[in-house]
Design a protein around this ligand. Sequence first.
Ligand code: GLU
Length: 425
Amino acid sequence: MSVKKRTSKNVLLDTALKNFYAAAEEMGLEDGLVEVLSRPERAISVSLPITMDDGSVRVFEGYRVQHSTALGPAKGGFRYHPDVDIEECEALGSLMTWKCSLAGIPYGGGKGGVSCDPMELSMAERERLTRTFAARVAPIVGEWADVPAPDVNTGAPEMVWFMDTISKLRGKFEPGVVTGKPISIWGSKGRTAATGLGVATCIKELLKSVKVDVKGARVIIQGFGNVGTFNAITMDKAGAKIVGISDITGGYYAPNGIDVEKAVQHVTKHPKKLLEGYTQPGLEKISGEEVLFLDADVLSPCALEGAVNGKNAGNVKAKYVVEGANGPVTPEADEILTDKGVLLIPDFLANSGGVIGSYFEWVQNLNGFFWTEEEYNNRLIPIMTDNFYRVWNYAKAQGVKPRRAAFLVAIKRVADAVKMRGTFL
Ligand code: GLU
């Protein structure tokens, strides 16, 4: 490969680029395609002036990056977090391109977000922020252009405000401009649980493949937001023992198993939807980081990127890591884990249930015809299972790690599309 490789000071983007170049080199991707796929098609920054509840005006920074539309409309969430910047969106957008490609759905990849601390915002401020963001990105989003969705700290309310603002600006109802809407407003039954259910499906298939009985298998779930919660619920139902859970309020360790139903109820009732104050017989309160080091079969990091890193990966005792979040294991940590013999199932395979579920919602929106939750799950689980084995078998056949296998499969489909569509202008 003779292209000048791009690097970035942003760790997530640098990692995404390194992973891409390494896989591209291994598959002998031609230079022109490497150049095309190592850059986003479009990246915009928007400023968002918001009148706060106290009457003052604050200007927030927002972003939307469309990494690729080779396979279809750009697809990917938007998040609210103080660390959001354009490079993070670029990295996560490229991950969406590979995720959608690997999942076999007709989408490219994108990501967006607003740099803010959502915990400091009232609901009214959140609404104004979301509507202003929607208005600013309106020229580039659309059901056949770019379809956002929930991500870190965004969910059903934000999606309705986004859809409503776009629809009003366009003077026509456009439900398919965003996915992850509430069921009552053109959302889909099953979508809320889809990502967690997909991660749990991967954990179950992995355990089956390595001949560990899911019944009694000890699982740690780091992060108890949407993904972690539904992952925990599904694994608990399958008979696994959830020995540790955590969120920003710390870690909760129960050697005999967390009472998942009780923990979920606690979070639902908590004003900020947190585990803070959760207790049950035999529970030990530990730090959020310590939960990663518990003795278990599986560790499933379902919070933010970089949770398992060069500094702490050496302390991980689990034999299997299944990434529920996007980029929770840094490359350094990945190497440390590999040296320890830990097997890792990568994010863009394990958490693809979310975007596959989004695809189902979009299909229903375009048709104006809705499925039952059973129909939804009966389609989701076989797709996740097939995708797991596609990567698992490819990794085995090629003698590479599942992350590399997933990249090779995903890049190939996008590269073929770029080649067939060609370049113009
Ligand atoms: N934010 C989720 C992800 O990272 C879902 C994206 C979507 O449904 O478009 O996969």
